[in-house]
Design a protein around this ligand. Structure first.
Ligand code: ADP
Ligand code: MG
Length: 344
């Protein structure tokens, strides 16, 4: 279902957790809300779910009013489900009982017992839990627990799925495979998904559209490609694209780096970079060479990574990250030069 969030704020005595956020979400979209800890992601999600009544603003689902003025539709009357970071399973309930639970609500009283059984079976099958149905949460691994919370969320086929950092408690390998499972669930259910994360690679790899939040506000909104290739703010450039910020001066469309020699074309660069006197260069756009071309720096740190070597390079006190070719192995302490790959 589509969702309209209009001028939503959440003001606490000590903090403005959500600061005048407006966004239109299309039916079936996979939206990632990406931002650092404390920027208001969970608060916004809980307002959409109905756990919190926003201080100001409106939330509409299609024509249905979730929140407006003093009207507040209770959580259990909203056609949505939420997946929590902590899994939130009950220790005394089996896997199957967890998944049956949402269908016991009044909203599903029109369904027959046979229909409910079929829906539970389908949720169990699509999350690969067939062999674990009788187990208790204490007998499950972290990944299996997260699958149970996913199955419980999708069993009633909600139009809107809200997920709050659902993979953050899992180990790195499991995270990657669960990303794919969540994408598969999206393809299968066609639900609208709002997925909260502080992990830029999760947002880039999963979402149709990313909303970057900072200090309760929307910093930038766009497709993963737009956000990665064209960050519009310094925060988006460093948080999502992991850009290195080269200090220097802008004159017209030309940027001259702090060394007074290296120049880059600044056509189409958002004005915020100009104002801050920095030019953003992503790690993969710097090529390290032994020849005196580009910004000079000293290798401060290196990490072999199989396909490439990640270097931290001290350039006049700024530490830049670059990804180097494994065939050119630079040593810590060595002076190298960073050439921007598309620079003339
Ligand atoms: P995130 O999920 O992005 O980490 P939160 O939405 O949990 O951020 O919190 C946003 C801000 O609001 C934080 O500064 C947090 O301390 C504050 N906050 C959240 N809930 C409350 C509350 N119930 N009372 C007061 N401040 C809160
Ligand atoms: Mg949170």
């Amino acid at each position: 279902m589509s969702l309209s969030i209009k001028n939503v704020s959440q003001i606490y005595d000590t903090a403005v957790a959500v600061d005048d956020i407006s966004v239109e979400i299309q039916d079936g979209e996979f939206i990632a809300i990406l931002g650092p800890s404390g920027c208001g992601k969970t608060t916004l999600l809980r307002i959409i779910a109905g756990f919190i009544q926003a201080t100001k603003g409106e939330v509409l689902s299609g024509d249905e009013v979730f929140t407006r003025d003093h009207h507040h539709l209770p959580v259990n009357e909203r056609d949505l489900a939420m997946v929590f970071q902590s899994f939130a399973l009950w220790p005394h309930m089996t896997v199957r009982e967890h998944i049956e639970y949402p269908l016991q609500s009044k909203r599903h009283s029109h369904l027959s017992a046979a229909e409910k059984t079929a829906m539970v079976d389908e949720a169990i099958r699509s999350t690969g839990l067939e062999l674990l149905q009788k187990r208790l949460p204490g007998e499950l691994s972290g990944g299996q627990k997260q699958r149970v919370s996913l199955a419980r969320a999708i069993v009633s086929k909600p139009k809107l799925l809200l997920m709050d950092e659902p993979l953050s408690a899992l180990d790195a390998e499991l995270k990657i495979s669960m990303r794919k499972e969540i994408k598969d669930i999206h393809t299968m259910t066609k639900s609208t998904i709002i997925y909260v994360t502080h992990d830029q690679s999760e947002a880039l790899s999963m979402a149709d559209r990313i909303i970057i939040m900072k200090d309760g506000k929307i910093e930038q909104m766009g497709t993963p490609k737009e956000i990665y290739e064209h960050p519009q703010t310094i925060f988006a450039a460093t948080f999502v694209s992991k850009c290195n910020l080269v200090h220097g001066v802008f004159e017209g469309n030309t940027f001259t780096a702090y060394d007074g020699k290296t120049q880059y074309d600044a056509t189409n660069l958002p004005v915020c970079f100009n104002e801050a006197g920095v030019y953003p260069v992503r790690p993969e756009d710097f090529v390290a060479t032994g020849e005196a071309m580009g910004i000079a720096g000293i290798i401060a740190n290196k990490q072999y990574n199989g396909r490439e070597i990640h270097y931290k390079v001290d350039c006049n006190g700024d530490f830049f990250t670059i990804y180097g070719d494994v065939t050119k192995d630079f040593q810590i302490g060595q002076t190298i030069y960073l050439k921007k790959s598309d620079a003339a």
